[in-house]
Design a binder for this molecule. Sequence first.
Ligand code: PMP
Length: 358
Amino acid sequence: MATKREAIIRDEIRALAAYHVPDSSGMVKLDAMENPYDLPADVRRKIAELVANAQINRYPDAAASALKARLRETLDLPQESELILGNGSDEIIQMLMMATAKPGAKVLSVEPTFVMFRMIASYCRMDYVSVPLQADFSLDAERMLLAIAEHRPALVFIAYPNNPTGNLFDADTIARIVRAAPGLVVVDEAYHAFAGRTFMNRLGEFDNLVVMRTLSKSGLAGLRLGLLAGARDWLAEIDKVRLPYNVGVLTQLVAEEALQHRSLLDEQAAAIRAERTRLSDELRGTRGTTVYPSDANFILFRIAGAPRVFAALKARGVLVKNLHGSHPALDGCLRVTVGTPGENDRFLAALRESLTLN
Ligand code: PMP
């Protein structure tokens, strides 16, 4: 008799829909907040040489010391903070939850926000509580503080800027949340390169604050490298659930080299910010759209007939993210990642075409 999956697989896992990654081959890919720019040929040649000489027969440096030193230098991390590296910041979210998932322990965040907070909480059997954002997607300070008092969460996640809304929350409200929280508050700065605001330089002010970053939005999504910065005694505990050698030889070598070209990555981020302004303005001028302000490398907008517009864009070779149906506050919303000027033009042209078909 075949083993019954229902008897073996946990109920909450069977109830999940797997994180869906659509096929994007041949498309203008504006769905996943990637940086659209290549590194210049000389840097890529240097990387090719490093890869050719890499000792892939050996395990990587488990402490990733050279890469951590480079990250400290180039990302202006506070010297007194400890660092943990992950296979993307997704893995760091998982480590934080695995280390804190006592029976009944809770994770608190806002909604809508990055879906992996809820998903990973479920993988780790943590209860997930979310407080709705206000209509303009700002934090509801009073409801957050009430929820903290009621639920006493082990972890609070705040994406700063938030995905998928794109905005930065009020810094004083976040500070109040950190002071009120009985556990760790994780400020997730995945979109830091486009925001210019940070809690990294405020780590010393709070003993329960940790700050997460990723290189994914800065041109290195394929490497999978995220980091957590915070107080040594907290991070020493989290580090115990990190799998040995979680950051591979090639990721360590290539990230270390790419970070040497920090000014290049900064120029790319500046180009993306400039295009964000242009794209927002163009979208605002498009009939029937509401465009939300963005401090990230994507723009959330509401448009009549969003699912149909999404399909029409796709039929014209442009892939964005359809958020309609994912949360009531996102009804009629699409999210477009800021691409190169040419990609953005193709998106705008396809959008106009799909609207004239209306
Ligand atoms: N945090 C936020 C807010 C995100 O939007 C994302 C990616 N979409 C991540 C974390 C995960 O990034 P990565 O695992 O690529 O570092």
